[in-house]
Write a protein that binds this ligand. Sequence first.
Ligand code: NAD
Ligand code: MG
Length: 393
Amino acid sequence: MQQVTILGATGSIGVSTLDVLARHPERYSVYALSAHSRVAELAAQCAQFRPARAVVGTAAAAAELSALLKAKGLTTQVEHGEAALCAIASAAEVDTVMAAIVGAAGLAPTLAAARAGKKVLLANKEALVMSGQLFIDAAQQAGAVLLPIDSEHNAIFQCLPADYGRAPQGSGVAKILLTASGGPFLTRAVDTLDAVTPEQACKHPNWAMGRKISVDSATMMNKGLEVIEAHWLFGAPAEQIEVVIHPQSVIHSMVSYVDGSVLAQLGNPDMRTPIAHALAYPERIASGVAQLDLTQIATLQFERPDYARFPCLALAFAALRAGGTAPALLNAANEVAVQAFLDLRIGFRQIDRVIAQVVEALPHGAADSIEAVMAQDALARAAAERLIAGLTR
Ligand code: NAD
Ligand code: MG
């Protein structure tokens, strides 16, 4: 029986994870669940999955959750705050941690799971983008198994040789082909992008996801973060990672080899497939996802990304090439700009301008400690907020 902690249980990935776990009660039991503020949803999850522990954001939310659980006659221990998140991610009872908190808030608990040598199912790409080599080293030193949940990286992982080290050249890999849907604005006239609303930006053509990653998909910063994520997960230099637009999201990514072979992983766009793959790896279990009907899909299209339409993609490649804390600055500025867009404080095209200006203004340093990374993260957040405060929409 595998004991699982889900960080970010009430989110899109968290809910999909619980859906897969519920299909295999003989294999998995839930040790702990976390949510930031959706207390009622977390209480319902606790009633269904009976975790030993539950963690929320604040003391007020903890009091509210405790009352709800007591009314249901549940004995789940309720805690709050970052230290508690780190505790449920690293507890001795836990085998597997699903890291599905959105953004930099997930770094400390995800790192705690890696340092405790857990099997870490990584959905929280921002944590890896920020901490890079520090995270990879921590996982390696503790013997943690890092399995990608991001559909592209999970696909790449499945297409790489089983004995793959972290040097693509050694295994005959020529390129990692990272597919991208292009999001909701792939064909929309560029001069109308300034007027798009958060609702339009969050309406992804193929995936139902949280609001932050949905906006990232619309700007293609999501693909940019995924390029950096692929660099760290697979040890591939920027030159070896190519973004290919594939609007149908049926091929989840590919690996091309020096002999001309290209291996692809295909499936319906449903995150339960990579979640089930990583949970059971190296076995396979049912995920609830329907089998792919290729005759129904009929056509698969591919095109090159347009960097003028999607400046965030170029900004991310530049941050990866710059190295050090540059990706942490990029990520922090993006998180602030996306939230400002969702709060109607800036327009859609101001997102990439804010990020570009913050990255330009702040010199990046060496990413030699988590403290250094967090300090840069804080600087970039403050700079982005100042910039946004001075902008008119
Ligand atoms: P979401 O917004 O639906 O859920 C986020 C979860 O994190 C919620 O449970 C929320 O309570 C929690 N959370 C938010 N802020 C927090 C904070 N400050 N402290 C503690 N917890 C906090 O997001 P999502 O779409 O499920 O995405 C989660 C992560 O997975 C992101 O990093 C995203 O990039 C990644 N991811 C998501 C998908 C997808 O299909 N949704 C695909 C690939 C990768
Ligand atoms: Mg993805």
